[in-house]
Each structure stands twice: as structure tokens, then as C-alpha cells.
Design a protein around this ligand. Structure first.
Ligand code: CUA
Length: 355
């Protein structure tokens, strides 16, 4: 719609300034709507996002109505009462009590309407639902952890939930303040260390939705992404069963060499594999932990959602993690040249085999 508006303006020969203004408005609309597949807050696929999008349109159309009325009266006055050559001074008026009461009451009523609609939406997107599937979401510099405590499953980067099901997320942080946001599913919610922030989430369409950290949290804030994968109940059950299974033992000689290298290079200090809980590594006053890798090979994305999970990307990552995601905390241990090419290949084969 934006580009057709622009081409229409060109056809009718609008001045350059007007064309620039339209181009700017179209660009701003695309940016502000968070354009892009799976991350458009005006294309809701969850009840929370739907309520928020509805509120946006209600307020937008109310504002359009106010704009049209006010500008209409203004333009009418400008043209109707403009001065003409030789005209005498118009009648001088001072104060108009009914008018002043009206333009105090009308905006008050309009703003009270906005306030009421906002409060109603805030309540709707904040109220926890009983008997929901509970998932604890923990923000880390710079990746997201998802723990299904009742199911005994812990994963990273990808939150799997069944469609048309009430889910309660307990959003927390392990280090600094983050902000958990899936534009097409629900509102933003802050991840604060030591504080359990609850957000209900209820997806209505099967699909993959992109999520972001929405609060500046350090060097890699913009590279702290995740996916929410909304599945049919059967697909979700199959995924859950796969996650609950013990890790796949290494089969080939290369995978076995990778498993040996995994331990030899201290990876289990930060990364969980099976039941072995990592101790974590003290850094800047917190115990740094990395993503649980028990079923790493079953994921579609890696490195905080910045890379695709395949052998090619994993080799790039292991060879020089700082080049792929500058400042990430794996660089405490692994930098360019730490692992030789053969070890990188062995580790990759092993990690990708962890389905
Ligand atoms: Cu985490 Cu920004």
C-alpha cells in the first residue's frame, strides 16, 4: 500500500518535498511495524498479541478521528475567515464559556476511553490462567534458556509449545535485566534477576515466531534472539519425548573423538549434557552457564538465534566464536586458534549427532 501511494504521488506530479515525506512515512511504517516474516506485532497469532493489536487500532482510529475533526475546523476557519483587501477589522471576541467547557470535556472523555481500553488490555494480557503448561524462561548474556521443570526438559534458543494451549511463562534472568518479546504472540516482559515475572501465552496458529531481547543488556543485545515453535499437540508430544530421552551416545570414530574433546576442553563446566549439571564459570560476579546441549542436534538455530544449526555454521563458530558473535562468553575459553581444524570437525560431528 505504501509503495502504491508513492507511485501515485509521482504520477500526479507531487512536489519533491511531498515525495520525500511519503517515502519517509512508508519507511517509518515498515520499521515501526517490525516488518519481517514471523515478527510483525500487527499480525497477531496469540491471544495476547491480538488484544494488543486491537488496542493499537482502536487508539489509532480514535486519533485519526480527532485529527480529522480538529484539522477540518482549522482549515475551515483559515479559508472561511481569511482577510481580503480592504476588509475592516473583524468583530473582536473574548472568551466563550460553553466552548471552553466543551473542549475540556470532550478530550477528557476521549482520553478516559483510551485509559479504559488500555487497562482492560493490560489486565487481559497479564492474568495467569490455571492449569497452564509452565515453562521457566531465563535470560543469559546472550541467549535464552527454556526449562520445563515438570517434564524434566531444559533447552535453549527454541521454545516449543502446543497450539491453542494455555502456557504460563516464568521469565527471569541469570545476570542483567533482559526483556522477553515475541511480537506475534504476546507482550514484552522484563527478565529481572531474582524476580519471577509471569506472562500467559496462548498461540492460536501453528508456526515459527521470532523472539527478541527488547532491552539493552550489553554488547550482544541485538544478537539475543530465539524462536517460538508452535506445534500440533501430537508434534509437541513427539518433541517432548525426544527431549526427555537420554543423550545419543557417540557412534562413529569421529563422534567418539568429538565426545573426548568435549570433556578435554572443559565444555562441561558450562554446558549440560544429560544429567550432568554444569558448575558454571565465575565471570563478572555471576556463574556463567552455556546452553544445555543434551539434544543440541535437534535444534534449528544456534548462538542465540544468530546462526543456523548445521555443520558449516558450527565449524565457523568453534573455529572463531568471536568473529560470529563478538564478545560472547564462550570466548573466555575458545578463541581463534584454540581448537585445531581436526578437533573442530570432531566436535561438530559429535554435537550434530546429539538429536
Ligand atoms: Cu538481553 Cu538485550
Amino acid at each position: 500500500m505504501g509503495s502504491s501511494l508513492l507511485s501515485w504521488a509521482r504520477r500526479v506530479g507531487a512536489p519533491k518535498g511531498v515525495l520525500r515525506l511519503i517515502a519517509l512515512a512508508v519507511g517509518a511504517a515498515l520499521v515501526l511495524s517490525g516488518c519481517g516474516e514471523g515478527a510483525n506485532m500487527l499480525d497477531p497469532h496469540g491471544t495476547g498479541a491480538r488484544d494488543i493489536a486491537t488496542l493499537f487500532w482502536v487508539i489509532l482510529w480514535m486519533a485519526v478521528g480527532v485529527f480529522v475533526v480538529v484539522e477540518g475546523i482549522l482549515l475551515y476557519a483559515v479559508f472561511r475567515f481569511r482577510s481580503t483587501a480592504g476588509a475592516s477589522l473583524p468583530r473582536q471576541v473574548q472568551g466563550n464559556t460553553p466552548l471552553e467547557i466543551a473542549w475540556t470535556i470532550v478530550p477528557t472523555v476521549v482520553l478516559l476511553g483510551v485509559l479504559l481500553a488500555t487497562f482492560t488490555t493490560m489486565k487481559a494480557v497479564a492474568s495467569p490462567v490455571p492449569n497452564a503448561l509452565e515453562v521457566t524462561v531465563t535470560g543469559h548474556q546472550w541467549w535464552w534458556e527454556f526449562d520445563y521443570h515438570q517434564q524434566g526438559v531444559s533447552t535453549a534458543g527454541e521454545l516449543h509449545i502446543p497450539v491453542n494451549t494455555d502456557v504460563t511463562l516464568h521469565v527471569m534472568s541469570d545476570d542483567v535485566v533482559h526483556n522477553f518479546w515475541v511480537p506475534e504472540l504476546d507482550r514484552k516482559v522484563q527478565a529481572i534477576p531474582g524476580h519471577d515475572n509471569i506472562v500467559p501465552i496462548h498461540a492460536t496458529t501453528i508456526g515459527t515466531y521470532h523472539g527478541f531481547c527488547a532491552e539493552f543488556c550489553g554488547l550482544e543485545h541485538a544478537l539475543m534472539r530465539f524462536d517460538v515453535i508452535v506445534q500440533s499437540p501430537a508434534d509437541y508430544a513427539a518433541w517432548l519425548a525426544g527431549q526427555q530421552a537420554p543423550p545419543t551416545p557417540p557412534a562413529t570414530a569421529q563422534e567418539k573423538a568429538g565426545a573426548t574433546a568435549f570433556t578435554a576442553h572443559g565444555c562441561p563446566i558450562c554446558h549440560q549434557l544429560g544429567a550432568n549439571k554444569p558448575a558454571g564459570f565465575p565471570h563478572n560476579g555471576v556463574l556463567v552457564r552455556g546452553p544445555n546441549l543434551t539434544h543440541y542436534g535437534s535444534r534449528g538455530i544456534m548462538a542465540g538465534g544468530v546462526m543456523v544449526n548445521n555443520a558449516h555454521d558450527m565449524q565457523l563458530w568453534l573455529a572463531d566464536p568471536n568473529a560470529e558473535k563478538p564478545g560472547n562468553l564462550m570466548t573466555i575459553f575458545i578463541n581463534k586458534g584454540t581448537l585445531d581444524a581436526q578437533t573442530v570437525q570432531n566436535l561438530t560431528a559429535y554435537l550434530e549427532s546429539l538429536k
